[in-house]
Design a protein around this ligand. Structure first.
Ligand SMILES: Nc1ncnc2c1ncn2[C@@H]1O[C@H](COP(=O)(O)OP(=O)(O)OP(=O)(O)O)[C@@H](O)[C@H]1O
Length: 310
């Protein structure tokens, strides 16, 4: 059985328009399905957790998230029993880092086609982040510091809606990234990988822990990250001047930043990050608050995901 979880608000309302077209298609083809539109932030987690119970080991529920990267994060967080669910994704957001990394089509109708065929089902690692009492799954990445600060300010600005409507969503990221770079003071951070190797740095801009190659709307920060290798990839940027950083960042669009001094890329199974200062945190581009400590690991069992046939 198909269960669609739709964020009608994604990409400033584009999600609802696309869902109306997909809904029409499903009815025309006589597909049996259920669906629910999210009504508030966090709702997709609740829906996913309830919809998971509809599946059983021998007949899992095909749970399809329709929205942006933030909707994927919420849906994954709601799935706790990975045997009951096969996950699928139809993009209607603005960032599209999940599609970019997983090489999925950006076109929602094309996505519906391969999802309904379900000819290729593959395992996908599901990392999680623990902040205090709260455990959140994510699909792409989580980060602390500069990258998260930019995400948080973009989310808060009313200009995002205006720029999205004009099809210029990326410009607002660029503008805020430049503005924050002027004012940011890099700080002390310690990372502990797999509970044994600890590294400390004095002037860190940000650390991102990635399940996929891309984040931030197309930055290929961890070019070798794979969502099915049972590993997390981490990028930490420290000790470079602001002007140099400004010139380095565009090279990350092509994954050409990896040899630059001060850019560290490492892999691990779990990681603890401690920052001397409380800093912004993002989870798949959504706000994770202001924190000093993050612990990130991967669920032991992978989730099954529907992919297009290659
Ligand atoms: N009905 C709703 N009204 C307002 N916000 C919602 C609603 N449903 C979900 N949300 C929130 O919208 C946020 C953003 O959603 P999502 O990431 O899917 O879209 P987007 O921001 O347009 O895409 P992207 O992350 O790819 O740029 C999520 O954090 C989610 O909690």
């Amino acid at each position: 059985m198909y269960y669609f979880i739709v964020n009608p608000n994604s990409h400033s309302g584009r999600g609802r328009i696309i869902w109306d077209q997909l809904h029409q298609q499903l009815l025309l083809r006589g597909i049996s399905f259920q669906y629910c539109l999210t009504r508030y932030s966090g709702h997709a987690t609740k829906i996913a957790s309830e919809a998971s119970l509809l599946g059983i080991d021998s007949e899992p529920v095909y749970m399809i998230a329709i929205g942006g990267d933030g909707t994927i994060q919420e849906v994954l967080t709601g799935i706790t029993d990975f045997d009951r669910v096969v996950f699928g994704y139809i993009p209607t957001g603005s960032g599209n880092d999940f599609c970019r990394s997983m090489e999925l089509p950006f076109d929602p109708m094309e996505s519906l086609e391969y999802i309904l065929k379900a000819e290729r089902i593959a395992p996908m690692d599901v990392p999680y982040l623990i902040c205090g009492e709260k455990k959140s799954h994510f699909g792409i990445s989580t980060g602390i510091g500069y990258d998260a600060g930019v995400c948080q300010e973009v989310l808060a600005t009313p200009l995002k809606k205006v720029f999205n409507r004009l099809g210029l969503g990326k410009l607002i990221y660029l503008f805020i990234a430049l503005k924050q770079l002027i004012f940011i003071s890099p700080g002390k951070m310690t990372v502990t990988l797999d509970g044994e190797n600890t590294f400390s740095y004095d002037h860190v801009y940000f650390t991102a822990v990635m399940n996929q190659r891309y984040e931030g709307g197309g930055f290929k920060f961890c070019p070798d990250a794979r969502p099915d290798d049972g590993q997390l990839d981490m990028i930490l940027v420290e000790g470079v001047g602001k002007l140099k950083l400004l010139f380095c960042l565009p090279t990350a669009f092509f994954g050409k930043h990896t040899g630059i001094k001060g850019i560290h890329i490492m892999t691990c199974r779990d990681i603890h990050i401690h920052s001397e200062n409380a800093l912004p945190v993002h989870i798949d581009g959504e706000s994770g608050g202001i924190r000093q400590d993050l612990t990130v690991s991967i669920e032991k069992k992978p989730l099954k995901i529907i992919l297009p046939v290659v």
